[in-house]
Design a binder for this molecule. Structure first.
Ligand SMILES: CC(C)(COP(=O)(O)OP(=O)(O)OC[C@H]1O[C@@H](n2cnc3c(N)ncnc32)[C@H](O)[C@@H]1OP(=O)(O)O)[C@@H](O)C(=O)NCCC(=O)NCCS
Length: 188
């Protein structure tokens, strides 16, 4: 992360659910009126709160002057740290905030003793694929999902990270299960 960035990144707390929901809706709003909208566009605040509380995922938030302007969800799976719902508020884009969150996730993967970051990206959203490429990710698989009856090609993208030696994982969420495997749609 650039030292000059005003973004402060930290693990989310349960009470951040409303702000995480708000920034995710603002970010994914651009996909709302497309024929194959991301499932993120219909997520409720309750689902975010329940997911955090039940340990279905963790989240990190990025703050500027105490206001949450970026967020990402993640979980450790049997094959690395999966992240999804990477969101930067439209008013705060192209300042390296998403890149900073990805670098924070790389550190988190290392702290949690995994050596791989991975995510799922819609292939037609070329700028996102290119963003991840420029952040050191490569495509390691492709599959197709159905949204509203339409096929959407999705790439799995990965980046190797150095696993920390002797680190402790810290802040495990209640109910969190390391090593759970995840299968399915796009990691959006
Ligand atoms: C995708 C998304 C998270 C990117 O957020 P962002 O904060 O704008 O991303 P960054 O600023 O870190 O990087 C984006 C681009 O801006 C460029 N950039 C970074 N700082 C910049 C600056 N100061 N001036 C101009 N451009 C800059 C980066 O080089 C990068 O370009 P690249 O892809 O060619 O490398 C954001 O657009 C978003 O929330 N989209 C909707 C949700 C979504 O699609 N999420 C991803 C699902 S896979």
């Amino acid at each position: 992360m650039e030292p000059s960035l005003p973004l402060a990144i930290r693990p989310a707390r349960f009470e951040d659910a409303a702000a995480i929901h708000a920034v995710t809706q603002a970010a994914y709003g651009e996909y709302k009126d497309t024929p194959t909208p991301s499932m993120a566009t219909t997520e409720t605040e309750r689902l975010v709160a329940d997911g955090l509380r039940q340990g279905a995922f963790r989240a990190a938030v990025g703050e500027v002057d105490g206001r949450i302007v970026a967020a990402v969800r993640y979980k450790v799976t049997s094959n690395g740290l999966l992240f999804f719902r990477l969101a930067v508020h439209p008013e705060w884009r192209r300042q390296g905030f998403a890149r900073a969150l990805v670098e924070w996730l790389a550190g988190e993967a290392s702290r949690l003793h995994t050596n791989r970051l991975w995510c799922q990206v819609r292939l037609p959203v070329v700028r996102n694929v290119e963003f991840y490429r420029s952040a050191g990710f490569t495509i390691c698989g492709e599959h197709t999902i159905l949204r509203n009856g339409h096929p959407v090609p999705v790439a799995t993208m990965e980046r190797k990270v150095r696993e920390a030696v002797g680190a402790t994982s810290g802040y495990l969420s209640p109910g969190y299960s390391r090593g759970s495997s995840v299968r399915g749609g796009e990691g959006e």
